[in-house]
Design a protein around this ligand. Structure first.
Ligand code: ATP
Length: 497
């Protein structure tokens, strides 16, 4: 039942705090904000882009540097239209939708029914809620649009905006965005903005295998934008119309796919945990209804403030994609396996994670409100407990005052660190205010340069999570900070998985 889209009130409030924090401190802005935004499209600000880049770099390095048999590519967003015929997206990438005639609002039928079931559960009608979900899954599985329509009417489901049950017929709605290439706007020039990055990998399978002399099993990784005309677009950057995927297709010998599926499933779960997400905030969710191309599929879900939700999918895609591309392109997409002296179309295990959902997971997990002391001593502090390797800024350097040579000394420290880490210099306001500003963006270290620094070349380091302070020689700063924030340290941990 955690699948419902209706958050409980306290979850709502945590989510709204995270959303306003993201905007106020330069992580995520609504797209075209001055025009009041564009629904389900967002921009990353000065801190957000650093956090997102750190996540992408870690994923990329894990895949390509830590796995000798995985290489990366960067394919185009536009692809030959037949790609999407072969992948099944032209005919099958649909969601059943229904419109309310009074409010003119359009809904995904599964979302309407899930919300209804969630409300039933809140009212204590657990059995009925389960029955509603079971019936919904049955009808969706059978692609029974008429049945879904009758079910909505029978259950007297109303539109949350108009409050009426004045529904149109249930129709399929394709989620791909299309546009025209060239100047002639006829059918043949219609192309799509890719709804997933995976197909760019499949069509390059042979190019990479041949030019890289790759031997099965091997993988191809890619990070890139994907586009879906999501109808119910909400929950901030959880469901966007333009988003970024990090996908890896691992090509294996037919018959060996389940072994690799289990291996990737375990590795990907461990990856999230090593980046600081507690094991009890993550879970597997096996797909009950498998997609047409899969023979096994599981989601890794994170406990968002609005319930456990998918962040990553691991799918055993059989040879579906390569086989269909072979058929439509009339190009052989086979591999000759010298070990068994056989030609075959490889089977594929896919790991697919959204960079934006990963970002949201880390933001939700890191957002911390801390209360310490009592009475007059009571203090409240908000900070982002991000893994230091992910934090947008690694250290902030503060001269205690703006005079007496302290700014110059602080600039020296800055020059010592700026080639290795993203560091910033700040001299405005009191030290306390400067600490607060860095806490709010998750900077793990603040380095204060004071009068003693001029005498003995030491500085004070303040640690974000404990607010503990220690005196460190300037000469040891690089090593001291590097030990905590460096990508190589976390990659070493990831290597053990
Ligand atoms: P959902 O059921 O939530 O719509 P999905 O099963 O359609 O997701 P996949 O097609 O498996 O998702 O895509 C792989 C990953 O891409 C997802 O786990 C998610 O992290 C990300 N993703 C998919 N759709 C979106 C979106 N609209 N906005 C942001 N990220 C997305």
């Amino acid at each position: 039942m955690s699948q419902s889209n209706t958050p409980r009130p306290e979850e709502n409030s945590l989510m709204s705090k995270v959303i306003s924090h993201a905007k106020e401190y330069g992580f995520v802005f609504p797209s075209s904000d001055i025009y009041d935004g564009l629904q389900a499209v967002y921009d990353y600000g000065q801190n957000g882009v650093e956090l997102k880049n750190n996540l992408k770099t870690l994923w990329w390095k894990t895949m390509t540097q830590l796995h000798e048999q995985v290489v990366g590519i960067d394919a185009s967003i536009f692809m030959h239209p037949l790609t999407w015929k072969a992948s099944g997206h032209v005919d099958g990438f649909n969601d059943p939708m229904v419109d309310n005639k009074d409010s003119k609002k359009r809904y995904r039928v599964d979302h309407l029914l899930e919300e209804y079931a969630f409300r039933l559960e809140l009212e204590g009608e657990t059995q009925r809620a389960e029955d509603v979900l079971a019936e919904m899954n049955k009808l969706l599985g059978a692609n029974d649009l008429k049945g879904l329509q009758e079910f909505i009417i029978k259950e007297k489901i109303t539109c949350p905006v108009s409050g009426t049950a004045n529904w149109t017929e249930v129709r399929q709605f394709n989620l791909m965005f299309s546009t025209q290439v060239g100047s002639v706007a006829d059918e043949s020039s219609t192309i799509y903005l890719r709804p997933e990055t995976a197909q760019g990998i499949f069509v390059n399978f042979l190019n990479v295998q041949k030019t890289g002399r790759m031997k099965v099993p091997f993988g191809i990784a890619q990070i890139g934008k994907a586009f879906r005309n999501e109808i119910v677009a909400r929950q901030f950057i959880f469901r966007m119309r333009e988003f970024e995927q990090m996908e890896m297709q691992f090509f294996v010998r037919p018959g060996e796919e389940m072994k690799w599926y289990e291996q990737w499933k375990a590795q990907r779960m461990k990856w999230h945990q090593i980046l600081g997400i507690p094991a009890d905030s993550l879970k597997y969710h096996d797909h009950e209804k498998l997609a047409h191309y899969a023979n096994a599929a599981v989601d890794i879900e994170f406990k968002f403030p609005f319930g456990f939700k998918e962040i990553e999918g691991i799918h055993s895609r059989t040879d579906f994609d390569l086989r269909n591309h072979q058929e439509l392109s009339r190009k052989k997409l086979q591999y000759f396996d010298p070990e068994i002296n056989q030609n075959y179309i490889p089977y594929v295990i896919e790991t697919s994670v959204g960079a934006d959902r990963l970002f949201l997971m880390h933001l939700c997990h890191a957002y911390t409100e801390e209360i310490s002391g009592e009475g007059e001593e009571r203090k409240e502090r908000t900070f982002l407990k991000l893994h230091p390797a992910l934090a947008p800024v690694k250290a902030a350097i503060f001269p205690l005052t703006k005079k007496d040579g302290l700014p110059e000394k602080a600039r020296e420290v800055m020059d010592l660190l700026k080639f290795d880490f993203n560091v910033i210099y700040e001299e405005r306001d009191s030290i306390g205010k400067r600490y607060t500003r860095q806490d709010l963006i998750g900077t793990p270290f603040c380095i204060a340069v004071d009068y003693q620094s001029l005498e003995d070349n030491t500085v004070t380091i303040r640690h974000r999570d404990t607010t503990h302070q220690e005196r460190v020689p300037i000469a040891q700063l690089r090593q001291h900070i590097g030990d905590e924030v460096s990508m190589s340290k976390i990659l070493r941990e990831l290597q053990t998985v």
